[in-house]
Design a protein around this ligand. Structure first.
Ligand code: ZN
Length: 269
């Protein structure tokens, strides 16, 4: 049982080698995308060549897998305008999701801009690495560090030639954007508590969304206003009405029978 993919290469080699000698099955148990990728990789390798799987090969195989997955599952390029990537660190939010290596894997398989939402503590530590991994937009939570450090993070993103943004949790007021509003190309208002997918849209955030729209219109009209959490064709109209011009939809899109039709419904909301 390999729990987690971030094993040192030597250890990984050893586990596979021992298992091959004993003819044991190597079972992988990680969640989400990485789990799927690694499982496929191991199944493929043990079935075909029974070769050891090396960590450096993992990234290349993951690229291949993602390319296939994206091409076969849905021609996203023709449907969406951006790909939103939720990064969680298990500290700022009580969940862990994908990180820098996965952003690197996604980059070569889509031409869509990657909108990377950092739900991580003290994002200033990692923003440059996410830019180098291929992010086009990097957004940081205003609650994740001091004002100075968030400003520093935004500046580092700009130095890398990328677009920067700030994010507000549901409990944070609209005025929290004021120290940053002239330094961002995007503001993201969460309409669920960050950390998990599939939550219910918080309609009580619409007043705040409207207030942020007002601040953007007077202080930085070029800035995009993005809304994230529980967006579907039923909830989208209220968010648009309150001033959002970028909608993030996860469950509503990927859970739909007809993904193309669902995205069209969101566009028409
Ligand atoms: Zn997000």
């Amino acid at each position: 049982l390999i729990d987690g993919y971030n094993l040192p290469e030597g250890l990984f080699r050893k586990i596979i080698a021992i298992n091959q000698k004993r003819e044991l099955t190597t079972e992988v148990r990680t969640s989400g995308l990485i789990g799927t990728l690694l499982t496929e990789l191991i199944v493929q390798n043990t079935a075909e060549s029974r070769q050891a799987i090396l960590i450096p090969e993992f990234v290349r195989a993951a690229e291949k897998y993602l390319e296939q997955h994206f091409r076969e599952k849905v021609p996203l390029q023709e449907l969406a305008d951006m790909l939103h990537v939720d990064v969680m660190d298990g500290l700022f939010v009580p969940n862990i999701s994908i990180g820098i290596p996965v952003v690197k894997c996604i980059r070569p398989v889509t031409d869509l801009p990657l909108d990377v939402h950092l739900m991580i503590d003290r994002p200033v530590r990692y923003v440059e690495q996410f830019c180098d991994a291929g992010a086009d937009i990097v957004t940081c939570h205003v609650e994740a560090d001091s004002r100075e450090n968030i400003l520093e993070a935004l500046s580092r993103i700009h130095v890398k030639g990328k677009r920067a943004g700030v994010v507000l949790k549901p409990g944070t007021s609209a005025t929290a954007v004021l120290p940053f509003i002239n330094q961002v190309e995007m503001i993201l208002v969460m309409t669920v508590e960050p950390g998990f997918g599939g939550q219910k849209f918080m309609a009580d955030q619409m007043k705040k969304l409207g207030a942020v729209r007002g601040l953007i219109d007077t202080m930085n009209p070029q800035c995009e206003l993005e809304v994230d959490g529980g967006i579907d064709p039923d909830t989208a109209p209220a968010a648009i009405e309150a001033g959002a011009n970028v909608l993030v939809a996860g469950s509503a899109v990927y859970g739909a029978e007809d993904i193309a039709a669902r995205i069209e419904a969101l566009r028409g909301a």
